[in-house]
Structures are given as C-alpha cells and as structure tokens.
Design a protein around this ligand. Structure first.
Ligand code: SF4
Ligand code: SF4
Length: 497
C-alpha cells in the first residue's frame, strides 16, 4: 500500500466536501523520455521556444476544433460542475473542480486570444503561459480521466475532456509528454498492441486458452489467429489475452462464437482495441492505430469487425472509426461497423441461438458499473440508451441475482473508475485510489444492503483499476468480473447445433 491515506467512505450523494487547496499538487505522472516521444512524431524533450510553440499550437487547435473555443468562451461560472468530478470528491483539491481545471487553459486563452485579455489581463482573469502554468497543466490535466461526467451537469454542455485532450496535445507538441501513454502508443505502432506482445507469444497464449477450455468443458473451442476468410475480425484489448478478469471475458467471446457457429479470428497485426491516441488528443496517432485495424480486416478478408470489452476503444470505434480509417464498404453491409461484442451476444440471445443457464452464476449477486466512455461517449444497438440496456440484458440472461447501484451513480451519471484517460499507471496511484471513492461508496452500499458479491464491467481499464483499488476500500480484488465471464459461466456448450 502506498504513502497516502485512503479517503473515508461517505454516503452518496453527499455534501460538497471541505476544500483542501493543493492537496494533490504533488501528484503528476512520469514525463516521457525521447524514446517515448519521438516515435509519435513529438520532440524528445521540452523545446527551447516552448512557449511560442505552445501558443501557436493552441491557435491551431482553436481554429480546427470550434468546440474548444466555444467551451473556453461559454462558461458562466454557475458552479453546477464543481462537485461532479470524482477526483475533486476524492481529493478535495479545488483545482480538480472541472471549472477550475478548465480555467487553467481558459486563462491562457483569454490572455492571448481575446481582446480583453490583451488589453487588461488582470480584469478578465487572463494569465501568462509561464513555467509555473505549464507545470500546473501537466499536473491537473493528468488528474482528469476525460470521463465527461461534468459535461452532463453543465447547462452549456462544456466538455472538460476535450479541454484536457487539447492541453495534452499542446504539451506533447512542445516535448512535455506523459511516459505511460506515449510508451504504450509507440508499442502499438511497432508491434501491434499495448503490451508489446509479439505474434509467437500471442499464438502460444491462445493455444493455452484452447487447452484450458477443453480441460474445463471437454469442448474444442478455438481461439483462432490470422485466419484468412473468417467472418469476424475480433479486435479486443490486449489485457484480454492474459489479465484477470479480462481473459475470462475473452473465453466468453470464444464460447459465444463457438455456440453460434460464427467463424472468427484475432489478428497479430491489429492485436489491440485500445487507442491511447485519444487520451493524448492526437488525431494523427489515433489514425495510425485505427489504420492497423483496417489493414488487418482487408488482409484477412473478413466480413465484420467486432470489438471486445474496452470502454475507450469502443468510444473511438463508435464515434471515429469511419473518419479515421473508413470507408468500410468492403465489409458486409448487413452489420453495423463496428459492432460491440455485447451487441453480438444480445442479438444471439434474442434469437434463441445461445443456451444460457443463469443458475451457473448463483454463487454471485451482481451489480454493473457503467464505464464512462461507453455511457457518455457512444451507444450500442439501434435504440436510445442501448449502451445501458444491452450489457444489462446480457448480464440478466446470465445471472439470477442482479442489483443496480444508486441511480445517481449509474448510466449517464456513472462515475469513472478513477483509472481512465491514461491514468492507469502506478505513478498516479494516489489519484487513482482517491478518484475511485464515489464508485466505492455506491458499491459498498449495495454490498451491505443487497449482499452484492461481484461488480461486472465492459472496460479493460475499469477491470484493471478496480482489481488494484478495491483492497484499499476493504473489498476483495476479485469481485470485479467481465460481463462475458458471466456469459462464459452460464453458456451450455454442446447443447446447440
Ligand atoms: S475527470 Fe471527468 S468529471 Fe473530472 S474534470 Fe475530467 S471529464 Fe470532468
Ligand atoms: S457547469 Fe458549465 S458553465 Fe457552470 S461553472 Fe461548470 S463549466 Fe462553467
């Protein structure tokens, strides 16, 4: 356990906690080294004329993304967002109030891009982009998981996530990048996945899973790799290949494809669904990662692309895949591009193509954590709110005991797990643990009131984050499960043709 205090659980919703100015001013991620920066097209270290280049880049982004300028102009300081961020609630640092985080960029915007700020900076809260400000940007824009919860409560829809992405892009542009994200992106560009797992190691892992499932069930369930002519290309977070509970989800997808008789394959070249290019606000890096999926789909001649359980990957796929790497006119037009694994399973359940026995999960009372990027930045299926409905229907078909957490903490109002947006690194453990507080409060409440034993999620980051932070709140690390882990337990292999 680390050198900080885990915050005490309170009831949710609660009063705005007392302010502790500067409480997390010391928490910042390790900076990227030249070896992490340069493969992404960024300077290796802070450039000499960084201030001029940062302002030039900011002007460029303001011209390119009109939303950024609107967000910086529109705030009326109504205060509706102040207590909506999990990092503020967990740390009590007023700089983690969304409006205060935005103001770090807004004050520089006013100084250099508005008439009032140029003439009378002190009157309009304008500030210079000096070294102190750059350090504050680095600290507090890496204490935002870009979860968009604040935007749900802002009467103007101001999205702090976009401001934080722009700030990170500007910092990368002048050589002030974050090690965790940039090192991972470089691995995807070079090898194809976040882990840097080469093809032969992936092949071995998948063979091991085939043996494991055969031993457990007696059925030959395949985990195919690089199979030309397969119907489905499954793109899944690389954590699914070995981490717990992620891998149990991958086993679930394989069993679903097996029972439905759908031919599928993974790809060595595009062995990663995650796209950390979004976390650093870099369109170019997002595009390079997305183009790997296009090339894999074309080379393998598949008809459909299905994404596994990964929140931000689904956000990038659902919202941007066509712009980044389309058109996808070579795929089967009868299916959405892309499709989520939960949509595939839901559709098969509705058509009676899967035999599920929910009593196989009777040792569990399950709740569901809506992952922020799925909840607030994407959709599933062809109905409004499908991203809430579909995973719940898949869970309910697989378990008998399902319980919702406090509605102030679910669906579009869900709290981030505390590890999203490129914060899932040990150097940010303090902010991760404290940021998890609101979700832990709501979870503890259903554990005590309803006897909940497990919390399911459809995001690789949520699963890794909860595995790590649950023990800080005296909850067992293995209470977090994959949604397709529940399907995997319930599916009756060998009972369908
Ligand atoms: S972490 Fe989420 S709620 Fe907090 S400022 Fe960022 S986008 Fe808003
Ligand atoms: S809710 Fe919106 S308008 Fe109100 S203070 Fe927050 S960002 Fe500004």
């Amino acid at each position: 356990m680390a050198d900080f205090e885990t915050p005490a659980l309170r009831e949710y919703p609660d009063e705005i906690p007392p302010l502790r100015p500067g409480a997390t001013a010391h928490v910042r991620p390790f900076p990227a080294a030249p070896a992490h920066q340069e493969p992404l097209g960024f300077p290796g270290e802070l450039v000499e004329d960084w201030q001029a280049r940062a302002l030039e880049k900011m002007g460029d982004l303001l011209g390119k993304y009109r939303s950024l300028q609107v967000f910086l102009d529109a705030c009326v300081r109504c205060g509706a967002c102040t207590d909506k961020c999990h990092y503020f609630l967990g740390t009590q640092d007023p700089r983690n109030m969304p409006v205060a985080r935005q103001d770090l960029m807004r004050s520089v915007y006013r100084r250099h891009f508005t008439l009032g700020g140029k003439i009378a900076p002190a009157l309009v809260g304008a500030r210079e982009l000096d070294r102190e400000m750059l350090d504050q940007w680095y600290t507090y824009f890496h204490q935002c998981s870009q979860c968009r919860r604040c935007s749900v409560f802002c009467p103007y829809g101001i999205d702090t996530a976009e401001i934080s992405m722009a700030a990170r892009e500007i910092m990368d542009h002048v050589g002030q990048g974050q090690k965790y994200c940039n090192e991972i992106i470089a691995k995807v560009h070079k090898i194809g996945n976040n882990l840097g797992l080469p093809g032969p190691a992936l092949e071995d892992t998948l063979e091991g899973l085939e043996e494991e499932v055969k031993e457990d069930t007696g059925v030959d369930v395949r985990f195919p790799l690089d199979v030309e002519g397969a119907e489905v290309l499954l793109v899944t977070p690389s954590a699914d290949f070995f981490a717990e509970p992620h891998v149990e989800g991958l086993i679930g997808y394989a069993k679903v494809f097996h029972q439905a008789g759908i031919s599928w394959t993974l790809s060595t070249y595009a062995s990663e669904a995650a796209n950390f290019g979004m976390f650093i606000g870099s369109y170019e890096n997002m595009r390079r990662i997305a183009l790997r999926i296009r090339k894999a789909a074309q080379d393998l001649g598949v008809k459909r692309i299905v994404f596994g359980e990964c929140g931000h990957a689904w956000r990038v796929a659902y919202s941007f895949l066509n712009t980044l790497a389309g058109p996808w006119d070579f795929l089967d037009k009868r299916y959405p591009v892309p499709q989520h694994m939960c949509e595939v399973t839901y559709d098969l359940i509705r058509r009676g193509a899967l035999n599920l026995d929910p009593s196989a999960n009777d040792h569990m009372t399950v709740t569901f954590h809506d992952s922020c990027n799925v909840a607030r930045a994407s959709r599933m299926g062809d109905m409004p709110g499908g991203q809430f409905h579909i995973p719940r229907e898949v869970i309910k078909a697989s378990v008998n005991k399902f319980v919702e957490m406090d509605p102030a903490t679910t669906m579009e109002r869900t709290f981030c797990c505390g590890g999203g947006g490129g914060l899932l690194t040990d150097d940010l453990m303090e902010i991760r643990v404290k940021g998890a507080l609101p979700r832990m409060q709501a979870l503890k409440e259903v554990v005590e009131r309803e006897g909940v034993t497990h919390m399911a999620a459809i995001c690789a980051i949520c699963k890794s984050q909860f595995t790590k932070v649950l023990p800080y709140y005296d909850l067992p690390m293995d209470m977090i499960v994959s949604v397709h882990q529940l399907v995997s337990n319930a599916i009756q292999l060998g009972t369908k043709e």
